[in-house]
Design a protein around this ligand. Structure first.
Ligand SMILES: Nc1ncnc2c1ncn2[C@@H]1O[C@H](COP(=O)(O)OP(=O)(O)OP(=O)(O)O)[C@@H](O)[C@H]1O
Ligand SMILES: O=C(O)[C@H](O)COP(=O)(O)O
Length: 640
């Protein structure tokens, strides 16, 4: 499912509540020591300012546990934002977040103004997702933008609860980029895919390992995570970090994983948790009275070798206490290894990002994710509450009746269908044969069913026996038209060039084209599917503006799946629809690529529609046989 983004809605004059992730590290003088997350939020904030929105920012910081704690106020963030944006960011200092100061500041806003609310976790309700606080936050705004990927795996008031009280909730640029980047790492990684886990939040991370193991080719475990696994192996760990409750789980993972999991073979241990403590390197067991604070030199070599040849690497959690120079060697060495790899490297986690930036290698990574746990859960394929609560792009589900139904039968079918799809969230279209169009339009009056034609000619009038012009369709009240269906290409000499002429004519007159592309079985077996549909797409859309492309519907229909009962697998359908979208992005830009509708067609039925339509790049379906029976087509239309 593809969510809407900030570019998909009109924000001018609107009060826009933006959930950012300003959970930035502060030193004891309350100075921001790493502003990566603030910098990451700027593109969305600037876009909203430039487009005349009233921008109301909110975020959490640290864990004030429902009490106002001055050391966790967002005041320093407001100052940093004002400097970075070059304009005043009004800080609404309210201990209860949505208090009189906040309400007054919002009431006084003009288009383009920016207000930052106080730390949402000053309110105990925030992390419990209590409706009352969600409603308070939502009452400040007209629309919601979620740009906090770092908390997307949490269902709190400020990132999920608010969406219950605002009709429109969209993704900001940061979340959009994370979804795109991590989505590729999850759904179509270039392998070998290696994950590296470390850090100290063992309990929250150790539970994702089981799912990660299904996705990755290798899993490297270092940092504080490693010692629970050492204990599971029966090794002594001295006073190192340990999650007692997870020893059995770690044992199970080691049994399941075989040689997929790599653990440290030597450890830098110290007597105390400080940089100048007495330290040494030990192999295997960690002696009593000592604690592991970094991976040792042999482990650095072992992990580096394991990373050789990796094509996608996701890293969450430092290999040691990197804040202390004497225990930063392991983290720095792994960071350098990733920087030198010819691979897609994704760094997730507040401290992991800080560690990589501290090593001066941040710019050499492919993607710096602002989410730690969020990126891990995304990688393991979990639905993140902060993303699934966004407004999803509407699907378009069309029934192509082909040469079936008389006018009276067409009218009867629409009458039977209408009540069954009256509450559909998506766009519903039926495409009867030309002689049925008038009856269909009449029958569809007062319903949410739109009517489309199955073909149109590219001339306005003249000696074209049997053909139908766009004006004739418009005069009947037709809104959509299928163009270039494989049956017209196969039996009636339709070509890519005539398809393009018809598409241009459709837009010239105000019809929305449903442009069919797709390969034959032979072409698929030759391995030229993506090349072919990309070519068909480029020719079909040639000459259109970006805006017209955004309004176009493309139906990917593998010819070998049409009317055969053989459906492309969900992976095949998603892969080709994604390739079409990427092709559109190359030619018309990301905005048009996101807005264009890409359907799948080819033996879509009540049993497979939900799985197909849940895919990120499948925006609905072009349904043949299954649309000729009202109950079946209604099940497809009500797929969610
Ligand atoms: N062997 C170790 N013993 C104790 N602490 C460790 C060890 N190795 C790393 N750490 C600590 O782990 C902390 C980071 O862990 P954490 O799990 O928070 O990683 P992160 O990158 O911030 O991920 P996230 O954003 O998901 O929390 C650092 O402060 C580091 O000092
Ligand atoms: O236009 C269509 O709907 C396609 O040809 C799919 O037809 P089918 O659903 O009968 O396979």
């Amino acid at each position: 499912m593809m969510n809407l983004t900030v570019e998909d809605i009109c924000v001018k004059g609107k009060k826009v509540l933006v959930r950012c992730d300003f959970n930035v590290p502060l030193n004891d003088k309350l100075e921001i020591t790493d502003d990566n997350r603030i910098v990451g939020a700027l593109p969305t904030i600037q876009y909203l300012i430039d487009n005349g929105a009233k921008v109301i920012l909110c975020s959490h910081m640290g864990k004030p546990k429902g009490e106002p704690k001055p050391e966790l106020s967002l005041a320093p963030v407001a100052k940093s934002l004002s400097e970075k944006l070059g304009k005043e960011v009004i800080f609404a200092a309210d201990d209860n977040v949505v208090g009189e100061n906040a309400k007054k500041a919002v009431a006084n806003m003009k288009d383009g103004d920016v207000v930052l609310l106080e730390n949402t976790r000053y309110r105990a309700e925030e992390t419990k997702n209590v409706d009352a606080f969600s409603a308070e936050l939502a009452s400040l705004a007209d629309v919601f933008v979620n740009d906090a990927f770092g908390t997307a795996h949490r269902a709190h008031c400020s990132n999920v609860g608010v969406t219950k009280y605002l009709d429109t909730a969209v993704a900001g640029y940061l979340i959009e980029k994370e979804i795109k980047f991590l989505g590729n790492a999850v759904n179509s990684p270039v392998r070998p895919l290696v994950a590296i886990l470390g850090g100290s939040k063992v309990s929250s991370k150790i539970s994702v390992i089981e799912n990660l193991l299904k996705k990755v080719d290798k899993l490297i475990i270092g940092g504080g995570m490693a010692y629970t696994f050492f204990a599971a192996q029966g090794k002594t760990i001295g006073t190192s970090l340990l999650e007692e409750d997870y020893i059995d789980y770690a044992k199970k993972m080691l049994e399941q994983a075989g040689d997929k999991i790599l653990l440290p073979i030597d450890t830098v241990v110290a007597k105390e948790f400080n940089n100048d403590a007495e330290s040494k390197v030990v192999e295997g067991n960690i002696p009593d009275g000592w604690m592991g604070l970094d991976i040792g030199p042999k482990t650095i070599e072992l992990f580096s070798k394991a990373l050789d040849g990796a094509k996608t690497v996701v890293w969450n959690g430092p290999m040691g206490v990197f804040e202390m120079p004497n225990f930063a060697k392991g983290t720095n060495a792994i960071a350098l290894k990733l920087a030198e790899l010819d691979a897609t490297t994704v760094i997730g986690g507040g401290d992991s990002v800080a560690a990589v930036n501290q090593a001066g290698l941040g710019s050499r990574m492919s993607h710096i994710s602002t989410g730690g746990g969020a990126s891990l859960e995304f990688l393991e394929g979990k639905a993140l509450p902060g993303i699934v609560s966004l407004t999803m792009k509407k699907k378009v589900i069309a029934g192509n009746w082909k040469m079936n139904k008389t006018p009276s039968e067409a009218a009867a079918l629409i009458k039977e269908l209408a009540p069954k799809v009256a509450d559909a969230k998506d766009t519903v279209i039926v495409c009867p044969t030309a002689v049925c169009l008038a009856a269909a339009v009449e029958a569809a009056k007062g319903t949410n069913i739109k009517v489309g034609a199955q073909n149109v000619y590219f001339e306005d009038s003249g000696a074209y026996t049997g053909e139908i012009s766009a004006d004739m369709l418009l005069d009947l009240g037709i809104e959509y038209v299928i163009i270039g269906h494989s049956e017209r290409r196969q039996y009636f000499a339709e070509t890519d060039e005539t398809v393009n002429k018809k598409v241009l004519k459709a837009f010239e007159k105000g019809l929305t084209p449903i442009v069919c592309v797709g390969e034959s079985l032979e072409q698929r077996e030759y391995g030229i599917t993506n090349d072919l549909v990309r070519l068909q797409t480029k020719i079909a859309l040639s000459g259109l503006t970006e805006e017209q492309v955004s309004k176009t519907i493309i139906a990917y229909e593998p010819i070998w799946a049409i009317g055969t009962g053989k459906t492309a697998t969900t992976e095949q359908a998603e892969e080709v629809c994604k390739a079409i979208r990427e092709c559109v992005a190359e030619v018309y830009g990301n905005k048009a690529a996101r807005k264009i509708t890409i359907q799948y067609g080819g033996s879509v039925n009540a049993g497979n529609a939900a799985e197909l339509f849940s895919e990120n790049d499948i925006d609905g379906g072009l349904v043949g046989g299954a649309s000729l029976k009202a109950p079946d087509f209604a099940t497809i239309v009500n797929w969610k």
